[in-house]
Ligand binder design. Sequence first.
Ligand code: LLP
Length: 431
Amino acid sequence: MLTPNLTVNTEGHLCIGGADTVKLAKTHGTPLYVMDENMIRENCRGYESVIAEEYDGNGLICYASKALSCKELYRIVDSEGLGADVISGGELYTALKAGMSAEKIVMHGNSKSNSELQMAVSRGVGRIVCDNLPELERLDRIAGEAGTVANVMLRIKPGIDAHTHDFVKTGCIDSKFGFALETGEAMAAVKAASLYPNLRLVGLHCHIGSQILDTEPFAEAARVMVAFMDKIRTEIGIVLPELNLGGGPGIRYTEEDDPKPFGEIIRAILAALKESCEKVDFPKPFILFEPGRSIVGGAGLTLYTVMAKKLIPNIRTYVLIDGGMCDNPRYALYHSRYEALIANKASEARSETVTLGGKCCESGDLVGEHMPLQPAAEGDIVAVLATGAYNYSMAMNYNRNPRPEMVMVKDGEARTVIKRETYEDLIRNDL
Ligand code: LLP
């Protein structure tokens, strides 16, 4: 099995976290997102223990909630002691409504609106990561108007090619995010930020990309950032106390994937960080990480019902399901690969090779091609694995498809954490 929380019971049904997925599909309907709470919690603890062991606990893990944002997720990570990374007013609103402390929230965005900045300032968000000079100017004014001083980090492009999909690669000079090191833009931004009266520059941020499978690009980013912090000390005389190295550790989507476990990645980063600091006698900064995918990705799966099977001789076999790009647009966007199996035939061999076709009026609405699968028949339940990250959060209502329900499984019991959208929900804002 792809992840250790998946098992097959005596009926030959796929189980996640001890819950029978065929029963879940029957009780809750399909498409259905299923998340495993224990696995999410284990991942949170895994991150925290590395910081405790390797860095004297001098850091904060901020769950990158763009991977999956809903109130229950914030409650879970909060109860594990994590903070959260939010990328919009909507995520910030959800986190606060779930009871997260604003102080543990990091606010991102390359194009934040004034109202988003006002919300962050008035609610006391712990760190606002600024992306560009006009934003610094606006934030200084907004904080001044609110009679407060905002804690700011600057998003830096460290110039690292992280060998991932072009759309999720963010650390290179040709990226819309942040200030470039090579051009002097980053140093100019540090100088500017340090002069605003209503901003407190607490540190730097970088994020080199997502679904990164190896340790070295991360370690290199840490080295580059410490070198830059040292240069800031020399040129401007400021010793920045904090460093946020973003997210990015990859997960197993298919049986061929072999990503380094996130614990190993964080250890390698911290080793590189400590070594770089010692070399130039720079005080070890408070460290932040923003993992998203590696906390929730492997903890989720999606269940669908097979509506039809279409055999095109010598070409391909389509297995048509009652969901698709609306609940998982990642194949349509990135040709991302997934493992699937028939949940009610989980102990049988995956002897066919199929294309999983969605229900949208769009030829590209596929969940995957060339996928091994048990022989499918109408009414079977298909489970697509490792859909916990960037599925629900990227879901959409194309063709006015309501977004699916999400259940959280804990010790074999499931509870609804996001209700299925209704047709009434779809027309709520129509006049
Ligand atoms: N921090 C920042 C500033 C980020 O931009 C991201 C992801 C993260 C943290 C979390 O990265 P993670 O640990 O999840 O890799 N929709 C794409 C992924 C986009 C990621 C964007 N930023 C996908 O489905 O693969």
